[in-house]
Design a binder for this molecule. Sequence first.
Ligand SMILES: [Ca+2]
Length: 102
Amino acid sequence: MKTIIAGILGFACLSSITIAAAPTVDPAITLQSDGSTISVTTGHSTPEIVDWNNDGLNDLVVGQYSSGKIRLYLNTGTYDAPAFSGFSYIQSSGSDIALSAG
Ligand SMILES: [Ca+2]
């Protein structure tokens, strides 16, 4: 089984796909943080999974188009059952990184 993560209209979504004789795709689910849907409101979220802090658990990095900032959701769950509790903005030299659009 492969897992796909995608940004749809500003929401971070997760789905899994099974490649067999006839591929099937499970319904997408929206990712949650503290029980609320992760939303960056204006779209172009471009979520990525990465082990940001090298603790063996996959974390979530989500773009925030409106401000150009990049959210980091550290995994507070497990490898097989990730959970997220709030986020921080990725910084460089003590300042939030902000990328311009276009
Ligand atoms: Ca991690």
